[in-house]
Design a protein around this ligand. Sequence first.
Ligand code: FAD
Length: 708
Amino acid sequence: MQFTEQFDVVVVGAGHAGCEAAMAAARLGLKTALFTLNVDLIAQMSCNPAIGGIAKGHLVREVDALGGIMGEVTDAVGIQFRLLNTSRGPAVWSPRAQCDKQAYRLKMREVLESQANLKIKQAEVQSLVTGRQSLAKDSDPGWFANDQRRTTNDILPNQQSPRDEVVGIKLRDGRTVGAQAVIITTGTFLNGLIHCGEQQYPAGRSGEPNAVLLGENLKALGLRGCRLKTGTPPRLDGRTIDWSRFQEQPGDTDPTPFSFRTKQVAHHDRQVPCYIAWTTPEAQRIIRENVHRSPMYSGQIQSIGPRYCPSIEDKIVKFPDKTTHQLFLEPEGLSTHEIYVNGMSTSLPVEVQSQILKSIPGLETADMLRPGYAIEYDSIDPTELERTLETKKIGGLFLAGQINGTSGYEEAACQGLMAGINAALKVKGEAPLILDRTEAYTAILIDDLISKGTNEPYRMFTSRAEFRLHLRIDNADRRLTPHGRRIGLINDAAWTDFQAKRARLDAMNMLLATTKLNAEMLQSIQHSAVSMSSDHQVEESGNEEPAVLNDQGPMSKDWTPGQTLAQLLKRPEVGIELLAPILQSLLPEFFEIQTIREHSRVSAARSSSAVRNELKSVETEIKYAGYLQQQQKAIDRLKKSEQRHIPEWFDYRSVSGLSREMQEKLTKIRPRTVGQASRIPGVTPAAVSLVNVYIEIQGKRRVQATAL
Ligand SMILES: Cc1cc2nc3c(=O)[nH]c(=O)nc-3n(C[C@H](O)[C@H](O)[C@H](O)COP(=O)(O)OP(=O)(O)OC[C@H]3O[C@@H](n4cnc5c(N)ncnc54)[C@H](O)[C@@H]3O)c2cc1C
């Protein structure tokens, strides 16, 4: 077939998954094209103007640690930064940023357009072009040096059943584009259908056409589809809101960046507040009286929505005793008055949405700039995918993002990055990058999707991780940056910084483990304890004059000289902030980016976020060392089960003792490892151990059969 153009990798859809996929493939040296319906809407944030949040922030950190771009773009355009959950354990600390939506799009496009090997194209992709590639055991892994691939009639005699290979795409305008790998990241666009009250109309999202042809083509190629739904709230004109009626929610005074490569976020000194609002009993009444007009409750929408992003009508129906529900009024950007009403996702009729808003004090005269709506869309059953996000049925075809049944920019971005990396590695004939559940939330997301599938939009939670204390935001770089460096996504400057950070942490750990407490140090710690508690009183009381310091602050009888600083730090009442002045005198280079105020004794709490976060990382590893070691045994067991591969030829139907139900479940999903098999819902441990035993038995039978 003669193509109009030829690329190594083609990405379909410049959303949050597509941008990461395209950047990864191009950065790995592959000739890459990114096709999208409207280049002015690259990386459009279809819903809330925020990146990160609980568990989602972990995903952004992992994307960054591997060499992705969402973190750096967010740091460049974020207009409010908060580190969430700092009152709880470090496993659940999570960065979140409000973004300037327009700036996010422009920055992402700027990053993409400055990337070598990457072309951006505006066009609708209507179908895939596939060839046939033999599955013969001795056949080339699928790519020929001169790119002359076998076509349908090239099947050799000793072939297993041939598998389709993607060889390109067809555009709606008639052009055809050749590619060795195609990554589809079409979000909510496949057969998208918007619902607003009784009104419904085809769209990919508000104001944009849906993609019907490609959706139908994927089904025609035999990929199992699902039908999902998500929703979004109305947006308001901020000039028509009475802001005095709402509680202000500011950003952190010293914002924590998302990216390990960001020294300071762009808007660190001009963050904007969000505002907290509440629904009223009147609003509840209006919703109750009209819930039958919501498509979810009128039966107009059959598909399942995101359980964890419920619409306001869902909240009223499911929690009838709750008299008020919290809302957040979030600015959509610095150059617009548009306000996003977080917490009020709805598909109620527009006039009902207006009534609800007007029943909220402060919003009586609020002008609705955009109504909320729900959208139904096609996704592909993610059990069709390998751990690389390549489809099992069509070689070279990768899927990433909401098309795989997830919801969220961050969930999409991490998939896009992994798909981009693995598509590039496949084209280069290199081994894929497969992470396991002990290394990354990204791996947990992919493993959950391909092993369990999903019948509702999947979003990440820290509770989905068995080893969340190992998967913290502060150690994502130590977990993943070596992977990113090995495959070529981490440049020399970033690698040098990473190694310097690792050396700093090692030096700090050594200092804590070998320095013994003496009387002078104890006095310093005592003074820090007093000054911190007086700072706390000032913050609490708002009185600018710190309380008079006296050295009669908290002093435990167990703070005895002779023990190491690390032993002292294990004590629950001792935070590393108390040791900061001592540590700074013993290891000044660790604090080199310290912004010391005139205060003679600096505490970590007054350190820059970079220093503070690195100190907290050291503290976490020391305080939780016992628990981390205890988890290590479980981690080793999981890794062992992940190394136990189930060959592609394994035949579940010939495992005697395996029930038909187990045979069907395992044949449908075809897990690649014993570990993955054990996580398929309904697959019993007995079934898994049978499979484990039969891997050898069937392997021996195959050897004997070929020897005859
Ligand atoms: C109404 C709505 C509400 C949402 N609510 C939430 C929420 O509450 N919480 C949350 O976390 N997430 C929510 N999301 C989801 C969030 O926007 C997505 O998870 C995220 O954008 C998915 O990223 P993606 O890259 O998979 O797809 P998208 O960001 O949707 O990007 C898809 C891209 O593919 C392009 N495209 C599609 N078809 C074709 C084609 N045939 N040819 C060429 N280009 C094509 C489109 O132009 C678009 O650029 C919502 C989305 C919508 C639309």
